[in-house]
Design a protein around this ligand. Structure first.
Ligand code: VGL
Ligand code: ZN
Length: 204
């Protein structure tokens, strides 16, 4: 069962959005070209209440990208993004979403952020994604989406911890911080995550 997990391909992460990922829009046609290769496609959706504590706006005298300790763990403060039931939280409209079998939402608890599609940042609350994929008999997961160095990154590390093999489709992803992405790639490779480009899917 060849499985693709699309991470947070949402309007607010696109160029011009409040938490824009450079070239985030360029992944859309690449993802659409990949879909036909997979038997199962699922997606995650960052889905925050409007007073989420990861938002700088929820703290006095703080600005986006400041770092704080939130309930005992490090938290980067973000611009307001992906607020439930807003257009910014919707998946990009050009994604061929008819192929998406299920969408797993995350980041709904105001007190804790959730970068990974599997668990919150405390590693306590599961989204159910791991159990869903296991019930479907999935063993290998391909990942793409936004941001490659944050939510895609943490999702792939959790996938490995959950016993899946994980592969990043690099050209179907973009990082928030390109200058740090080489280090991130070394880090994920050390954890056993494979990195390919979408053209390599054809050989598999
Ligand atoms: C993300 C920061 C905050 C992501 C989500 O999808 O990478 N990054 N919320
Ligand atoms: Zn978020």
């Amino acid at each position: 069962m060849k499985t693709l997990v699309l991470i947070d391909v949402q309007n607010d992460f696109m160029p011009g959005g409040p938490l824009e990922v450079p070239e985030g829009n360029l992944i859309i046609p690449v993802i659409n070209n990949c879909l036909g290769y997979f038997d199962l496609v699922v997606a995650t959706q960052d889905w925050h209440p409007k007073n989420h504590k990861s938002f700088a706006s929820d703290h006095l005298n703080k600005k986006p990208f400041d770092r704080i300790i939130l309930n005992g763990i490090h938290q980067t403060l973000w611009p307001d993004h992906c607020i439930q039931r807003t257009r910014g939280a919707e998946l990009h409209e050009d994604i061929h979403s008819e192929r998406i079998a299920a969408i797993f939402r995350k980041g709904m608890d105001t007190e804790v952020d959730s970068y990974s599609g599997f668990y919150d940042n405390n590693h306590q609350l599961s989204t159910g994604l791991s159990g869903y994929l296991k019930e479907k008999g999935v063993s290998e997961i391909y990942f793409c989406g936004l941001a490659a160095d944050i939510c895609v990154y943490y999702s792939m590390l959790d996938a490995v911890l959950e016993g899946f093999s994980a592969t990043l489709i690099e050209d179907a992803s973009r990082p928030l911080y390109l200058e740090k992405f080489d280090d991130i790639k070394c880090e994920i490779a050390k954890h056993g995550v494979h990195i390919i480009t979408s053209s390599e899917l054809l050989d598999r």
